[in-house]
Design a protein around this ligand. Structure first.
Ligand code: NDP
Length: 340
């Protein structure tokens, strides 16, 4: 059984030295016999790596919205797997479950770590990874930020940054279905081509190649009504000058700042002069009231054959660290997943 442990706290960008991949002899009968009450032993099939994990790679005394990972212990994140042994009344052997799982091939977790069973009667029988991807947390984030907070109206202009990533690709495509003009930014020409020619964005640009404000002014001739914020820094500063009166900025993420850049955004006075709603949010706050509506929307539109869901897949638990580092560095197109 192979696991990935949190070895050291990164300074700046995370690197391979911050992770330790350890293999130990594993006997499934022994693991099953040692299972605690109200727990499940899971054979993990898919794992997700997500930007918020960078924030968990910190000292425990630094407060944030999610707990710090524990040095020497496995990383944890959204994953899917098959229950191979259960001492829980809620889950049976053979159930396919979604939860917050340690990074390992076989993991024993308390039943509270399981979010839900998938591929049950009330959910279509889909490939396991769909529940980390199209129907997963990042897509729900896109829906919550754009539909609930962004309040889109047909004809408006939406700009989304990190547009070719897990959240961004869904934001843009939901935006098109709400009748918006959709513009995206991303870090490579290949991603620009993907956004415009596959996902149906009206326009996109590579922020590594073009001055952001000039390019945005050119591609958003009627200004920006909704900015779905994923990156922060210079992009936010440029957007503020181009927002329309009563514009909305759902602040989902600021990935350009996660390694400690500390960019001082200017132009914040626009928030007043243009009466902008700038609203930070965490997707976790939306499950109770909006997750059912999200699933309904996705079953109707996301699975209709016209919605394009891109994934970048790495293989094997030993490649989770490189997949995470690569995702933080823009190597992924669409959702970065790991198949075990
Ligand atoms: P992505 O799949 O978009 O992967 C991250 C992407 O960020 C990379 O592919 C890269 O693409 C881009 N990026 C990396 N560094 C920079 C930089 N310095 N400047 C601009 N872009 C950069 O990840 P997700 O879709 O999972 O997450 C997108 C955002 O949403 C993140 O900020 C994340 O923290 C946030 N988020 C927030 C949630 C919430 O509850 N508030 C929940 C889920 C996600 P590129 O090639 O374009 O540079």
């Amino acid at each position: 059984n192979t696991k990935v442990l949190f070895k050291s706290i990164p300074e700046g960008a995370a690197n391979l030295a911050n992770f330790e991949v350890v293999s130990e002899p594993f006997n499934i009968q022994t693991a099953a016999a040692a299972l605690q009450p109200n727990s499940v032993l899971i054979k993990v099939t898919w794992l997700s790596v997500d930007p918020y994990m960078r924030g968990r790679m910190r000292k425990p005394e630094v407060a944030s919205y999610s707990a710090a990972f524990t040095l020497g212990q496995p990383f944890m994140g959204h994953g899917v797997g098959i229950v191979v042994k259960s001492t829980s009344e809620k889950f049976a052997e053979g159930d396919v479950v979604l939860g917050i799982l340690p990074w390992g091939n076989y993991v024993s977790v308390p039943e509270a770590a399981i979010t839900r069973k998938i591929n049950t009667a009330d959910a279509p029988d889909l490939p396991h990874e769909t529940y980390l991807g199209l129907l997963g947390m990042p897509s729900f984030t896109a829906y919550a930020g754009l539909v609930v907070l962004g309040k889109p109206k047909a004809g408006e202009t939406l700009f989304v940054s990190a547009a070719a990533g897990a959240v961004g690709q869904v934001v843009g495509q939901i935006g098109k279905r709400f009748g918006l003009r959709v513009v995206g930014s991303c870090g490579t020409d290949e991603k620009v081509d993907h956004l415009v020619n596959r996902l149906g964005f009206d326009a996109a640009f590579n922020y590594n190649k073009h001055p952001i404000r000039e390019k945005l002014a050119e591609l958003c001739p009627n200004g920006i009504d909704i900015y779905f914020e994923n990156v922060g820094g210079e992009t936010l500063e440029a957007v503020l000058t181009l927002m329309n009166v009563h514009g909305r900025i759902p602040v989902c993420g600021m990935i350009s700042q996660y390694d400690g850049a500390g960019y001082g955004v200017k132009n914040l006075f626009s928030v007043i002069s243009k009466r902008i709603t700038l609203q930070g949010f965490l997707v976790s706050d939306f499950y109770a009231d909006h997750h059912d509506a999200f699933l309904k929307w996705m079953f109707e539109h996301g699975l209709d054959g016209t919605f394009f869901y891109e994934q970048t897949v790495a293989n094997g638990i030993e490649n989770v660290p490189a997949a995470f580092i690569g995702m933080m560095d823009g190597k992924n197109i669409g959702k970065q997943l790991i198949k075990l």
